[in-house]
Design a protein around this ligand. Sequence first.
Ligand SMILES: Nc1nc2c(ncn2[C@@H]2O[C@H](COP(=O)(O)OP(=O)(O)O)[C@@H](O)[C@H]2O)c(=O)[nH]1
Ligand SMILES: [Mg+2]
Length: 322
Amino acid sequence: MGLLDWLRGKKQAPSAQPEAPSTPEPALQKGLEKTRRSFWGRLKSLFAGRKALDAETRESLEELLLLADVGIKATESILAELEKSLKDEPLQEGESIMGRLEEILVRRLERPFTPREGHPYVILLVGVNGVGKTTSLAKLAARFAREGQKVVMGAADTFRAAAVSQLRHWADKLGLPLVEKGMGADPGAVAYETIQKALQIGADVVLIDTAGRLHTKEPLMRELSKVYRVVGKALPGAPHEVLLVLDATTGQNALRQAQVFMEATACTGIILTKLDGTAKGGVAFALVEETGLPIRFIGVGESAEDLLPFEPRAFVQALLKE
Ligand SMILES: Nc1nc2c(ncn2[C@@H]2O[C@H](COP(=O)(O)OP(=O)(O)O)[C@@H](O)[C@H]2O)c(=O)[nH]1
Ligand SMILES: [Mg+2]
């Protein structure tokens, strides 16, 4: 099952273990271990033997959700929904509060997305420096290439020399074409040439890296909207996805970044990285609640297999697992 088909909304998310789709992937479980250990693992004992949500349990649950960085808004609405569900439909024999909570959490993470058709399929990666844009891009490129798609990468983060050379390193390692014009080049020109190259060689997927200088908001916005515009000019309908890369270890800061980037450009989804490095993976709920964007991929480690297509149920189940 291909990643590109999935991105285009045609099929279910591809699993690393297609033969056992109901068992959460080991990479996912491992990646969420810190979050699960610190907080979610405690829910079982909190709910043990309870059939209703008394004030004390409600308060403990609220505390756990807030500590996991679920955020005030999402926490309050999760609690309200759980209360309402238990009141409207008291638990039946064999049902548990955990089961109800699981359903509510899954629904919160499900966001419709409008996949766009297009060939080549153009993906822009945006986000602040250090969040994991370039590594995520390389991981995606590797996966597309493995699945037989013809990939072209574009180094439109021309602000730092290191950004270009990092992508060059990946391109060489993966044996994939990269369009680069060095540090200081016009990002719009790089993006344009990348699309030209893709059209020339009949590429299926184009992945474009961009710079993220959050402390200079105005130039960032100008630069991003220019790249966006230029890409659309080079290929009408493109970009098909603008993935906002956010670092889960930055907690509520990620929310502020999301606000700035959403003002600057039409983001279509989120890549939430470094979930393996934090106990506050609950920030996923806050991000979806506050931005309305779907999470499309999660990063759970530094190796190439550690970027996973995001599936709400698998994510929630991995969190709630003992
Ligand atoms: N542990 C972990 N590290 C990651 C993940 N994604 C990226 N990184 C690391 O974060 C650092 C910054 O990544 P980079 O792609 O250069 O960020 P960029 O500045 O946004 O392009 C690198 O050391 C990556 O290996 C992840 O999911 N988990
Ligand atoms: Mg980079």
